[in-house]
Design a protein around this ligand. Structure first.
Ligand SMILES: Cc1cc2nc3c(=O)[nH]c(=O)nc-3n(C[C@H](O)[C@H](O)[C@H](O)COP(=O)(O)OP(=O)(O)OC[C@H]3O[C@@H](n4cnc5c(N)ncnc54)[C@H](O)[C@@H]3O)c2cc1C
Length: 464
């Protein structure tokens, strides 16, 4: 049955404060899609900027009654189309729920609303000598709610794990509009199924997260930065495997290739692209002499793997500049054209051969593919760049995108390391998961969202 959007808006108006509900098309326009190029999006009936869990609950209850889709949205920095609006539904923005409810120093936990920006939580923790490790490169903008819903990774995850390793409790609205709490505040707890783990990474398809309890760690010692300048992409890839083979556990190991370095230089004039084809940036945070020894070993491994220049940086400002270039790579590339971001993750042993395949795919499809990577995790982000309006180039890039997925799966990898499935990786999910496993997903979805209103049509196909 088609959605009666007039009645839907009337019912939302009756349950919500006037300034919470947005229907003006000009204002709705900025909530239509995330940062994923080329993922389709629809025309929602309204946007609701929730101020409380009760607002979120009211939206789900009204949408349940009208069988209208609800798309949760944090900051919209997603790279898979997960937050893209659906026809006739509601985009439920959690961006105004940005209170850090509690930071408990003794228990080493924080309780936050979903709209808290990652860097804001990290800064508040640091003031108390504590650290929230998950650090997506989007940390200045992305929200903890979005990070939890996508199980975001980041730079230090190579040593400290991803968002799921830190989320221990959640409050969320189910697909039938119940507001429930799952998980714990304690160091341990095994009561019932791990619904927290299930919600983390569910991309808005199983519940609307309204509060998050995370574990914290003590602030750590300053890191050492080790830079390796490589003559080509594949030798840098070999160095990634060699770092693991040497028994090192870096606190970051990032890769940035020539196209990215050039784009950052053209924008910020940092003088990086003249020095290397591909840069590996390692970090070691082991304290004391042991840390010095590990940093020296990483420098040696870089040199032995073919780096023309490798150095343990003694200058914190210079080291920060290198990592700033890594973080700027994505926005710098966006200045060159439309960017389609890949997110495959492969075994560490396969980084070099898969990078070689990606180069071959770029040549075969006549497509510019830049590369950044959380290389230490084997999490590769080939970035496919096309000129706006060039339909043929776009078609070639799409073929390349799918071939990279095939290559990653053949190498024993996964179609998405951290960005999530959303819309862009739905075919990939069906290629990676067996039919019985997809059926389990459908059964879980129908238990938690029987009317199928929470971000329907994302992550996996409802049938077939
Ligand atoms: C420059 C740049 C760098 C990036 N670097 C990284 C990186 O290093 N690691 C990484 O993992 N990702 C990275 N990303 C991708 C993106 O930032 C992450 O996926 C992030 O977790 C999304 O957070 P958000 O608040 O923007 O969520 P959104 O994009 O708004 O939403 C993402 C998904 O979560 C759902 N969602 C959002 N809030 C809720 C909620 N409260 N309840 C239920 N579902 C919800 C949405 O429906 C959607 O499916 C990067 C993106 C950019 C643009």
């Amino acid at each position: 049955m088609p959605i009666d959007t007039t009645a839907l808006i009337d019912d939302l108006t009756a349950r919500l404060d006037a300034d919470t509900l947005i229907t003006d098309p000009d204002r709705v326009a900025s909530y239509l899609h995330d940062e994923a190029e080329w993922a389709p999006y629809g025309k929602p009936a309204a946007v609701v900027r929730a101020r409380s869990a009760q607002d979120a609950q009211a939206v789900v209850q009204v949408c349940h009654q009208h069988r209208a889709p609800v798309v949760a949205r944090g900051a919209g920095t997603g790279l898979s189309g997960g937050a893209n609006a659906l026809d006739g539904g509601v985009v439920l923005s959690l961006e105004l729920m940005r209170e850090i409810v509690e930071i408990h120093e003794l228990e080493r936990i924080a309780v936050v609303q979903p709209g808290v920006v990652n860097d804001d939580l990290r800064a508040a923790c640091a003031e108390r000598g504590l650290w929230y490790p998950p650090d997506p490169a989007s940390s200045p903008w992305s929200t903890i709610g979005g990070n939890a819903a996508t199980n975001a990774g980041g730079l230090c995850c190579v040593k400290y794990g991803v968002t799921r390793d830190y989320v221990i409790g959640l409050e969320f609205v189910t697909g039938t509009g119940d507001l429930v709490r799952v998980g714990r505040r304690t160091a341990k707890g095994v009561v019932g199924y791990d619904l927290v783990g299930l919600l983390v990474g569910s991309e808005g398809t199983l519940g609307i997260i309204t509060e998050i309890t995370v574990k914290l760690r003590p602030l750590r010692d300053p890191e050492r930065t080790i830079a390796g300048y490589f003559p080509d992409l594949v030798s840098a890839g070999r160095a990634v495997t060699a770092v693991a083979a040497a028994g090192l556990t870096p606190s970051a190991l990032e890769l940035v290739d020539r196209t990215c370095l050039q784009a950052v230089d053209d924008w910020k004039n940092m003088g990086l692209s003249t020095e290397a084809d591909t840069v590996l940036l390692g970090r070691i945070d082991t304290p004391g002499a042991q840390g010095d020894a590990e940093a020296a070993l990483m420098e040696q491994v870089f040199s032995d793997s073919g780096a023309g220049f490798a150095v343990v940086s003694s200058d914190p400002q210079e080291a920060e500049l290198l990592f700033a270039a890594r973080r700027l790579a994505y926005p710098a590339l966006e200045r060159l054209g439309d960017v389609l971001t890949e997110d495959v993750c492969v075994p560490k042993s396969q980084v070099a051969p898969v990078l070689a395949e990606i180069q071959a795919i770029a040549a075969r499809h006549d497509t510019v593919i830049a590369n950044i990577a959380h290389a230490g995790d084997g999490n590769l982000h080939p970035l496919l760049i096309t000129q706006p309006g060039d339909a043929a180039a776009r078609e070639r890039a799409q073929l390349a995108f799918h071939e990279i997925i095939d290559v990653a799966l053949a190498a024993g990898g996964t179609v998405t390391g951290e960005h999530g499935v959303g819309l862009l990786k739905m075919d990939g999910l069906h290629a990676e998961l067996s039919a019985p496993v997809v059926e389990l997903h459908r059964a879980i979805k129908s238990a938690m969202d029987p009317a199928g209103i929470l971000n329907p049509g994302k992550v996996f196909r409802a049938h077939g």
